[in-house]
Design a protein around this ligand. Structure first.
Ligand code: SD4
Length: 334
């Protein structure tokens, strides 16, 4: 007789093998989605990250431990080109990382423009747990990380260095950064991972981690480490995270907006749609950029919406296992 954990592992593998991409996710939670634990994250690299988070959740671990364990997988993977080691550098050739965490008590921690440290999410958690502050940036964040025992790591891989050199050689004016284009399916320019989890105890937490847009200006900070923009958690209501064009997410306080919509009675799906609609209204429906929003409420209901097609959500639920789902795009749903 397989135990519950074996069953979950088997169902996850079956679902990955049988259905790498499901049809557009239609929202409206069925009874089966009202289960816990649940973990959701952005893009297809969310699947291995969710698997690590699930190990924690299925062992009665906390949502906070789960999201940290989950996104660390992505941070350590040099193949993921906009998170952690192997992430694209800024236009000066330096990799700078942004990350945050938020837990069920409304506690939060964040780091931005962090250099030389492999796991910015773990540093963000230390900021939350070991300091009276929410956010540390740049040199201060790195000094703090080193004091906390994090090791110095070279984040610039040979591949990233080569890509940067090629890009630089192609620029007539390197002081003008390329605009970030986020709407290509499978593009390596939208790999930020935002992750939300609901644990067996019914508590919510989230994490968001990125190296930001490639070839960004040195010192540029996106939405990902900003509480309320890249991530927001309210244990009485739900949690949300965002990916894509960070500047647009900041302008709408996207994740906070999604959670507040849920507080007013919106489903996670409706809440995510409201955010991308707000972005569209502010920016005239830009076709060359993507914004994607994920939301998870206290009942384990999930929502995902993209401004354009191509935004993917990885979700791991007790019933469905580890699945990749293409989010509903605003463009085709009008
Ligand atoms: C940023 N939002 O720094 C991030 C990038 C991203 O998918 O999410 N890409 O703007």
């Amino acid at each position: 007789m397989p135990n519950r954990r074996d069953f979950l592992k088997t169902s996850a593998i079956a679902s990955i093998g049988a259905s790498p991409m499901l049809a557009a996710y239609g929202g409206g939670a069925s009874a089966s989605q009202r289960q816990k634990p649940v973990v959701v994250s952005t893009w297809r690299h969310g699947q291995p990250a969710n698997a690590a988070a699930w190990e924690v959740l299925s062992d009665e671990g906390t949502a906070l431990d789960a999201v940290e364990a989950g996104v660390r997988v992505t941070e350590a993977n040099p193949e993921t080109r906009t998170v952690g080691r192997g992430g694209y550098p800024d236009r000066t050739g330096v990799v700078t990382l942004d990350a945050c965490v938020m837990d069920e008590r409304g506690r939060c921690g964040s780091v931005a423009a962090l250099e030389d440290i492999l796991h910015p999410t773990s540093v963000a958690r230390k900021v939350m747990e070991e300091t009276p502050h929410v956010m540390l940036v740049g040199e201060g964040a790195r000094d703090f990380a080193l004091e906390q025992g994090f090791e110095k790591t070279d984040l610039l891989t040979e591949q990233s260095k080569q890509d940067w050199e090629e890009w630089k050689a192609s620029q007539s004016d390197v002081t003008t950064p390329e605009p970030n284009v986020e709407n290509e399916v499978g593009s390596d320019n939208h790999d930020t991972i935002g992750m939300l989890a609901l644990d067996a105890n019914g508590d919510l937490s989230g994490a968001c981690t990125t190296s930001g847009t490639k070839w960004k200006m040195h010192g540029r900070v996106g939405d990902s480490p900003l509480i309320g923009a890249g991530l927001f958690v309210d244990n009485d209501v739900g949690a949300a995270c965002a990916t894509g064009w960070g500047e647009a997410v900041i302008r709408t306080a996207g994740s906070h907006l999604a959670v507040e919509k849920m507080r007013q009675g919106a489903s996670p799906m409706e809440a995510c749609r409201s955010v991308v609609e707000r972005v569209r209204d502010l920016h005239g429906n830009p076709e060359n950029v993507q914004v994607g929003v994920l939301a998870l409420n206290t009942q384990g209901e999930i929502g995902a919406y993209g401004l354009q097609s191509g935004f993917e959500m990885a979700k791991y639920t007790p019933e469905g296992g580890n699945q990749l789902v293409e989010a509903t795009p605003l463009q085709s749903s009008k």
